[in-house]
Design a protein around this ligand. Structure first.
Ligand code: 6PG
Length: 470
C-alpha cells in the first residue's frame, strides 16, 4: 500500500466509527482497525471511498498504512483492553509515534501507560472525548493531555473534528501526563451533578405542581431558550415528548428508576475526598444512583413509613422557583468541579488553565451550557480565582436565585420530596460563604477526647486544654 493515511483509529464501535468518519469529512485520510471483520467492513462501506477511509482487522496492515509519526487513537473500553491493544501495537511502532487513548480511562492508569511508553520513545496521550456517538460524528469536545510537543502532530486533526463554539474549536492542549483524562473525569462528575439536579426539578414539578409530560416538555423547552440553555435541559425537554413504542403513553413513565453508572462520577468524588476539596453536589449525585439501585428495599421501606401529603403549589410561582433553583444549583455544581480541577492541577502538576477548560466545554460535550461562556469570562478576568463563587460577575447571578433554592429545598423537606442535589448545593453555598462555622466545637471535642490540640482566633500557636474536671 503506497498511500499513507493521516490518522489511525483502533476500536470501530459506534464511537470509533463516527469519530473516524468525522476525521475523513474534515479532509484527513483515516485508517481503522478492529478485530471484528463486520465492523471493518461496515466502516469501509459507510466511508464509501477507500482512498479516504479504509480499515483492516490486521494490525500490521493498519500500522503499515499510517504516515509517520503515526497518530493512533484508541476508542476501546477503559481498563485492561487498553493495555492489551497497546501491547499488540508496540512491536511494530516507531520512535515518535503517538497513541491517544480516547476512552474514560482512570487517570493513574494513563500516568502509568505514559511513563511506560515514554521509555520506549512512544508518546502517549489521554484524551477525554465527550458528546456521545452524535458528538463523535458531528463534533465532540476533546480534552487531550500528554507531551506538549507531540500534541502538535495531532492538533490540526483534533481542531478540525472538534465542535466549534462561535468558530473556536472545542479542543486545546490541557497539560502533561493524565491531565486530559483527569479533566474528563471531573467533566463527568459535573455531568452527574447536573443530571441529578434536573431529575429533582422534574420530581418537584410532577409531584408539587401536577405537571403533565407535555407541560414538562414545554417548561424545559422554554428554559432551554433562556439562561438555563444547555444540552441536558434540551434533551430533557425532548425526553418528555417521546412516545412509548412498546405500549401506550410516554416512554419516560415506563423506564425503571434505577440509574446505572460506569464509575467516572464516583472517581471524581473519591478523588475530591483525597484532595480535600468539597464537591457535595457530585457526591450526592453518586449516592442517589446507589440508592436508586436499591429498588426492592425502597419498595419495602415505602410500605413501612407514612409520607406527607404533598401540598400543591400554583404553576406560575413553582415554575419561577424551580427555574431559579436549577440555575443556582447548576452554578454550584460547576463551581465545585472547577475548584477540584484547580486544586488537582497544583497537586498533580497539570498546569491547567481553568478558563481554557470552560472554553472547550462550551460546545460538543454533555455539560455544554450557556453558563460556560460566563464561566470562561470569569476565569479569563481572574485566572487565579480559587472558586467561581468569588467572581464578582457570579455574585449577582447567585444572589438573585439563592432565595428560590431555599424555598424549594424547604418545600421538598416539608413535603417528603427528596432533593439532595439541591439541598447539598444550597448547603455548600451557605457553608462556603460563612466566615464563621461551628467547627470550633469539633476542634474542642477533638482536643477534649484525643488531645489533638487547636488553634485560636486571638493568639498565634497551637494549644491544648485539660478539659475534664477532676
Ligand atoms: C460524555 C459522557 C460519556 C458517557 C458517560 C456515562 O462525556 O460523552 O460522559 O463519557 O456517556 O461516561 O457515564 P455513566 O455510565 O457513568 O453514567
Amino acid at each position: 500500500m503506497d498511500k499513507k493515511y493521516d490518522f489511525g483509529l483502533v476500536g470501530l464501535g459506534v464511537m470509533g466509527r463516527n469519530f473516524i468518519l468525522n476525521v475523513a469529512d474534515n479532509g484527513f485520510t483515516a485508517f481503522g482497525n478492529d478485530l471484528d471483520k463486520e465492523k471493518v467492513d461496515a466502516l469501509i462501506k459507510e466511508g464509501g471511498d477507500t482512498s479516504k477511509v479504509n480499515a483492516s482487522t490486521d494490525n500490521k496492515v493498519f500500522l503499515e498504512a499510517l504516515s509517520k509519526p503515526r497518530k493512533i487513537m484508541l476508542l476501546v473500553p477503559a481498563g485492561k483492553v487498553v493495555d492489551i491493544v497497546i501491547e499488540s501495537l508496540l512491536p511494530n511502532l516507531d520512535e515518535g509515534d503517538l497513541i491517544i487513548d480516547g476512552g474514560n480511562s482512570f487517570y493513574t492508569d494513563t500516568d502509568r501507560r505514559e511513563s511506560y511508553l515514554a521509555k520506549k520513545g512512544i508518546n502517549f496521550f489521554g484524551a477525554g472525548v465527550s458528546g456521545g456517538a452524535k458528538g463523535a460524528r458531528r463534533g465532540p469536545s476533546i480534552m487531550p493531555g500528554g507531551n506538549k510537543e507531540a500534541y502538535q502532530h495531532v492538533k490540526p486533526i483534533f481542531e478540525a473534528v472538534a465542535a466549534k463554539y462561535q468558530g473556536e474549536p472545542c479542543v486545546t492542549y490541557l497539560g502533561p501526563k493524565s491531565a486530559g483524562n483527569y479533566v474528563k473525569m471531573v467533566h463527568n462528575g459535573i455531568e452527574y451533578g447536573l443530571m441529578q439536579l434536573t431529575s429533582e426539578i422534574y420530581d418537584v414539578l410532577k409531584k408539587g405542581g401536577d405537571y403533565t409530560n407535555d407541560e414538562l416538555h414545554a417548561t424545559f423547552h422554554k428554559w432551554n431558550a433562556g439562561r438555563l440553555q444547555s444540552f441536558l435541559v434540551e434533551i430533557t425537554s425532548e425526553i418528555f415528548e417521546q412516545e412509548d413504542d412498546l405500549g401506550d403513553g410516554r416512554l419516560v413513565d415506563k423506564i425503571l428508576d434505577k440509574a446505572k453508572q460506569k464509575g467516572t462520577g464516583k472517581w471524581t468524588s473519591q478523588n475530591a475526598m483525597d484532595l480535600g476539596i468539597p464537591v457535595p453536589t457530585i457526591d450526592v449525585a453518586v449516592s442517589m444512583r446507589e440508592i436508586s439501585a436499591l429498588k426492592e428495599e425502597r419498595i419495602k421501606a415505602d410500605e413501612l413509613y407514612d409520607r406527607p401529603i404533598v401540598k400543591h403549589m400554583n404553576k406560575g410561582p413553582l415554575e419561577k422557583m424551580t427555574e431559579e433553583a436549577l440555575y443556582f444549583s447548576f452554578i454550584m455544581t460547576y463551581a465545585q468541579g472547577l475548584h477540584q480541577l484547580a486544586d488537582a492541577s497544583r497537586e498533580y502538576g497539570y498546569e491547567l488553565d481553568i478558563a481554557e477548560i470552560a472554553k472547550i466545554w462550551r460546545a460538543g460535550c454533555i455539560i455544554r451550557a450557556g453558563l460556560l461562556a460566563d464561566i470562561t469570562e470569569a476565569f479569563r478576568a481572574d485566572d487565579s480565582l480559587p472558586n467561581l463563587l468569588l467572581s464578582p460577575t457570579f455574585v449577582k447571578k447567585v444572589q438573585g436565585t439563592v432565595d428560590s433554592a431555599r424555598e424549594l429545598v424547604a418545600f421538598g423537606a416539608i413535603n417528603g420530596i427528596p432533593l439532595p442535589g439541591l439541598s447539598n448545593s444550597l448547603t455548600y453555598f451557605d457553608a462556603y460563604t460563612s466566615s464563621r462555622l461551628p467547627l470550633n466545637l469539633i476542634q474542642a471535642q477533638r482536643d477534649y477526647f484525643g488531645s489533638h490540640t487547636y488553634e485560636r482566633l486571638d493568639k498565634e500557636g497551637i494549644f491544648h486544654t485539660e478539659w475534664e474536671k477532676e
